[in-house]
Design a protein around this ligand. Structure first.
Ligand code: DQA
Length: 145
């Protein structure tokens, strides 16, 4: 089973970025744990600070992979292009946020991604990625209608 993890802007700074909100673990450290937890899964990992690169990656994996775990970070709240890309591809997308976006500033309550995704996990820390992967395994090859 092939699962793509895609992280948006500033998530390359996890571990040092606002640790009170996002924790003190880097994504690389967490990703190593994820590999150990799901040895049967073939993971790809892509992070970009650039909106169009995230769209390109969604299109690249979106017709071939079995699932996508996407944290679009700040683009969640602004990017019609990322929402459109999710609607255009075949692979199921789970939206993940480390922090609880609904308990923060009002502008974080708008998502261009949630309505196009199979589901959304928000506020459970990095554990949200693991829960999303488990869901994709349990619902193998669930695709958009
Ligand atoms: C985030 C929440 C977003 O509002 C924010 O812009 C991020 C990270 C999260 O994982 O909690 O960069 O997606």
């Amino acid at each position: 089973m092939k699962i793509a993890i895609i992280n948006g802007p500033n998530l390359n700074l996890l571990g040092t970025r606002e640790p009170g909100i996002y924790g003190s673990q880097s994504f690389e450290q967490y990703f190593a744990e994820l590999h150990k937890h799901f040895p049967e899964v073939v993971f790809s990992y892509f992070q970009s600070n650039i909106e169009g690169e995230l769209v390109n990656e969604l299109q690249r994996v979106g017709f071939e992979y079995d699932g996508i775990v996407l944290n679009p970070a700040a683009y969640t709240h602004t990017s019609v292009a990322i929402g459109d890309a999710i609607a255009a591809i075949k692979t199921a997308v789970i939206e993940v946020h480390i922090s609880n976006v609904h308990a923060r500033e009002d502008f974080r309550k708008l998502s261009h991604v949630s309505g196009k995704s199979v589901g959304c996990i928000t506020g459970l820390g990095l554990k949200g990625y693991e829960l999303a992967v488990q869901w994709l395994i349990d619902n193998h090859a669930t695709k958009h209608a």
